[in-house]
Design a binder for this molecule. Structure first.
Ligand SMILES: NC(=O)c1ccc[n+]([C@@H]2O[C@H](COP(=O)([O-])OP(=O)(O)OC[C@H]3O[C@@H](n4cnc5c(N)ncnc54)[C@H](O)[C@@H]3O)[C@@H](O)[C@H]2O)c1
Length: 350
């Protein structure tokens, strides 16, 4: 029995997670997958009502009683500090040690690619981003804040353990794909914090002779992802570089509405979420594209061994894009729920 915790969150989060759950239901019926889910009341509403962000009891329940967590998005204009979102998302990431952030990037329709003359076969990559270290730990501070003499510091943390475990995951993934691993960094300008990645890569590479490992400076990588996207298979980088390059990659295939992700402590904890935020500007309008959330659920199905179901959901999403049975961001004129209905029908007949 697959046990799934649902955290729809804020804004369009509940709208897209509702569709993802309908698709999960359709897939589980078609492919006979037993699953249960529990809805968590976490997000801006609860924070404004009670002051709770991620209470300890909820955290322990999430940590101990589920195989996977599915998240919508967090962020609400009524909470300008974004405190609840930081506590929930960064809290889960750090406390569950979800050190892998995996973002597959696949072009399904050349029409959605901003590059000219690119076919789907040209863009098929997976970004593996370190998810717990670098400048995202919050370590740092200000001196003489808000004065002309202010000093601001953010500390970039890289541990050898953090490099090794992420690179090992990336090597294994590359071995299952086309066998090309590109470490992107700024080891020229940040020799200490990024040099450690290059040394770790060089030491690990002999254990994966089937994988061609190379390094690229992130600025060069950004250029080549635009000029030669077909060169890239698995891209690995620290939290900062991975953050930037994964959004660039998402833009190559149709943008945020089509970008799923997984945050993993492989074999222990797994969290799936669309890359996009809570999009307060379109809440309640029916314009929220549910495909990124639905594709995140396809990643979940695949990770838990339900490959046929994952393929069916992914094919259904591709069919929707190709037939322009989509929300307006992808050129269609369907509402969020209508896209969900289309995907469910495709999955039911897969
Ligand atoms: N993982 C997360 O929970 C996450 C990620 C990014 C931003 N946020 C939060 O979301 C809030 C809004 O942030 P933002 O505006 O910078 O980013 P956003 O991703 O929410 O929106 C950016 C733009 O893309 C559009 N968009 C996003 N998702 C879409 C979808 N599924 N379908 C159609 N259009 C979509 C929005 O309408 C908006 O114009 C903020 O509070 C931010 O902190 C949360």
């Amino acid at each position: 029995m697959l046990r799934i915790a649902l955290l729809p969150g804020d804004g369009i989060g509940p709208e897209v997670i509702h569709e993802a759950c309908r698709v999960l239901t359709a897939a589980s019926t078609r492919f006979d997958i037993p699953w249960t889910s529990e809805l968590f009341d976490l997000g801006a509403e609860r924070y404004l009502r009670t002051g709770d962000t991620l209470p300890e009891a909820d955290f322990i329940h999430l940590r101990d009683d589920f195989d996977a967590i599915v998240v919508g998005a967090f962020g609400d204009p009524r909470v300008p500090s974004n405190l609840h979102a930081k506590d929930i998302l960064l809290g889960l990431r750090q406390r569950l040690d979800l050190y892998v952030n995996l973002r597959p990037v696949q072009l399904v329709d050349a029409r959605l690619c901003p590059l000219k003359d690119r076919a789907p076969a040209d863009i098929d990559m997976a970004i593996v981003r370190e998810n717990t270290e670098s400048v995202y730990t919050g370590i740092g501070g200000h001196l003489r804040k808000d004065t002309p003499h202010e000093v601001a510091q953010s500390v970039m943390i890289h541990t050898r353990m953090g490099c090794d475990r992420l690179l090992r995951y990336a090597f294994e993934l590359a071995g299952q794909r086309r066998g090309v691993l590109t470490l992107c960094d700024k080891a020229n300008a940040i020799p200490h914090a990024h040099g450690i990645w290059r040394r770790a890569l060089a030491e690990l590479a002999p254990q994966f002779p089937e994988v061609t490992a190379r390094t690229l400076y992130a600025d060069v990588a950004a250029m080549r992802m635009v000029t030669h996207p077909q060169e890239f298979d698995v891209i690995v980088g620290d939290n900062l570089i991975g953050d930037i390059l994964s959004d660039l990659a998402a833009a190559l295939v149709g943008g945020l509405g089509l970008a799923p992700s997984a945050s993993l402590r492989p074999g222990v904890h797994a969290l799936y979420e669309p890359v996009h935020g809570s999009a307060p500007d379109i809440v309640g309008t029916g314009k929220a594209n549910p495909l990124a959330a639905i594709l995140s659920v396809a990643m979940l199905l695949r990770d838990f061994g339900h490959v046929d179901a994952a393929d069916a959901v992914q094919s259904a999403c591709t069919a929707a894009v190709l037939a322009t049975e989509t929300t307006p961001d992808l050129g269609g004129n369907l509402a969020t729920a209508e896209v969900g209905t289309y995907i469910c029908a495709q999955v039911a007949h897969a």
